[in-house]
Design a protein. Sequence first.
Length: 277
Amino acid sequence: MKNIRISVKNITVAVVALVTLSSAGVALAADMVAHRAFYSLKLGMVRSGSDFVGAGGNMGLSMERTCEGWTMSQTLRMDLSTNSGEQISQELRFTAWESDDGSQYRFFASNNVNGEREDFRGRALVDAPDGSGNANYQIPEGTKIPLPEGTMFPLGHTAWLIERALAGERQVSRTVFDGADGEGPQQVTAFIGPKVKPGDHISGAQAAALGPLARQSGWKIRMGFYELNTQQSAPDYEVEILQLENGVTPTLTLDYQDFTVILTQESLEEIPLPDCQ
């Protein structure tokens, strides 16, 4: 059976954007909201030949403004079952801070699969004139990963996607690094669908439960994740999201080739901005 260890990378690049990009860097936009959300998790499509028959779990997410950037915290629990009766339990914990100008990034990730745990901790700088830099890990100690020209971190990337969607673009690609699995950055190619109006993208029951923050226009965006400098035509995995203009993401679908997992937002609340003077 294939290795089903699922990296937090599949989610961090796809979730909420809280800032928008401008020529001066990253700046807070009035219609972007810091918020806390809770998602349910279920098995989606199972393709022919897959051994997986069940999935359950949940995800908690918080995105908060600091005086010099943004923080993101996630906890994901996923339980998978197979035809042969095997049970795979995974718990992911991830926290990150990203500076307003997108040049500084700190991260910590803990991935526990059936009692086997891996931790990753480090910081990254994109400080060269051409937009390149380096990521340095404290865990595992001594690991250093070069970041090529134009590398973005997760929040800046998702914000950039919203900017590209607002500009009417339909296919875009960038290099993204999150540090969550000890590996290097990936090339992320996104296909942006037509803009959808409020009320056309989620059910009435979900909209009522989530409140006014979910009653926004948005886009369905499908992203493919590729290793850098590879000739492969198929992505390592794909993620499809419903991305609203205000940064809220009501649904995510994670595609692992032979099965998909669907995350649906069940609760949503705004987090007040800090008093920065």
